[in-house]
Design a protein around this ligand. Structure first.
Ligand SMILES: [Zn+2]
Length: 417
């Protein structure tokens, strides 16, 4: 069977596992029956390719194809099979199925690599069920937080510990999933972009330099609620106007940092006790600033803070800014990216060097080895939505590039690391 037809069957097979059958979307929540059936089906498919299969205590599946030189560390390809509620078919699935297709190609061509090759299907990448993302890869790099995760619940009140138990996974033994003491040659993830850059630039491959991490702020803006008819314009302490100025300042600051791919959003705005005849006196806002460059992100924050100080005086407002989260951006391997650029140029495939605004398992894997993250186009930049779409041809091109990268790094004398 030709590779494209075979891949299409595999892709459709995986997406049969869906708790929302009859609707347009795919729902395959982490540790749910559908996700577990899907994961076990995937394990049997890997067995069919003579891979050695292991599921760790976090539910990550590791499928290994031995290399011909004893003792060499594996080249790893991974992504995830779980989804958000009412998801599309591509996020995560593309990366896991691409890995299996690459193994099938090697088996078909009877290619023996020097290094072993591993596929990892990571557990619970999406935060949809428990509010925590990339749980499986966190466990693998020794960052699983037992105390924090044990009692967090899904929307039906099921704790993460209970969800593990229902999958016969031992929550208290999750540290066994850690592979921090093992050696790895390289890690690769193929993923849909989930943004509009590749489609708009008409590029087929995205080569990711870094994964942006969010800095999140919660603003509490207090002015004075007063009668909208009787309070003259010059005597108002309007908290919403303060928030509005902050929103525009944030846009301006982020636009000045466009060359670094920095983005900033005020996505939550609540006007308390609002009424048409009341000057808003109490407003809360939430801000998300992301960049793969810490310095660029800091410049946006500095500009924002300076604006807030001015607004406090000019509008006589009390503004409290609380940091909700402050994560560090992750840089991916420059050497691997150079290699992927070489592959694209050799094959005459258009590419774009870019950063990722969304988190991925690849970001945790940078703790273990050099990492390459390859994007393929998302139509309309749409993701986490039933209409998420990437053409089969674009996926096949992504698989070709990934296969070349894996083949390069699975040679004992591979350069560019
Ligand atoms: Zn994903």
């Amino acid at each position: 069977m030709d590779s494209k037809k075979r891949y299409e069957l595999l892709f459709n097979n995986i997406n049969q596992y869906n708790s929302d059958e009859g609707t347009a979307g795919i729902t395959r929540l982490a540790y749910s029956n559908e996700e577990q059936s899907c994961t076990h089906a995937f394990m049997r498919m890997c067995m069919g390719e003579h891979l050695k299969i292991h599921m760790d205590q976090c539910g990550n599946v590791i499928a290994r194809r031995e290399g011909k030189v004893k003792g060499l560390p594996p080249v790893v390809i991974g992504s995830h099979l779980d989804t958000v509620y009412q998801a599309g078919k591509y996020d995560g699935v593309v990366g896991v199925t691409a890995a299996l297709e690459i193994i099938r190609r090697l088996n078909e061509k009877e290619i023996e690599t020097d290094h072993p090759i591993e596929i990892i299907s990571f557990a619970c990448e999406e935060s949809a069920r428990f509010g925590v993302s990339t749980v499986g890869s966190k466990a693998m790099v020794g960052k699983f937080d037992h105390n924090r995760y044990r009692n967090i619940t899904d929307k039906d009140g099921v704790t993460m510990e209970k969800a593990f138990a229902l999958c016969a996974l031992d929550f208290n033994s999750v540290e066994q999933a850690s592979r921090v003491n093992e050696e790895f040659k390289a890690f690769f993830e193929l993923h849909i972009e989930q943004g509009p850059v590749l489609i708009n630039q008409e590029k087929k491959i995205g080569i990711v330099t870094g994964i942006a991490a969010p800095l999140r702020l919660h603003l509490k803006i207090k002015g004075k609620a007063s009668h909208s008819g009787t309070t003259p314009m010059g005597m108002r302490r309007d908290a919403l106007l303060g928030a509005s100025e902050i929103t525009l300042a944030l846009e301006k600051a982020a636009k000045q940092e466009e060359e670094f791919g920095t983005v900033a959003t005020l996505g939550v705005l609540e006007v308390h006790n609002s009424a048409m005849n009341v000057v808003p006196g109490d407003v809360e806002a939430k801000i998300d600033i992301r960049s793969a460059s810490m310095a660029s992100r800091q410049r946006v924050l500095d500009y924002l803070n300076a604006t807030i100080e001015e607004i406090k005086i000019n509008r006589q407002l009390d503004i409290e800014s609380i940091e909700i989260s402050n994560e560090e951006p992750v840089l991916l391997s420059e050497a691997i990216n150079e290699q992927i650029i070489n592959i694209c140029e050799d094959k005459n495939i258009s590419y774009q060097v870019m950063q990722s605004g969304a988190g991925h398992d690849a970001m945790n894997m940078t703790k273990l080895c050099p990492v390459g993250l390859i994007f393929i186009p998302s139509v309309d930049g749409l993701s986490h939505h039933p209409n998420e779409f990437t053409s089969l041809d674009d996926i096949m091109l992504g698989i070709d590039v990934l296969e070349q990268a894996v083949l390069h790094y699975s040679k004992a004398d591979a350069t560019n690391l």
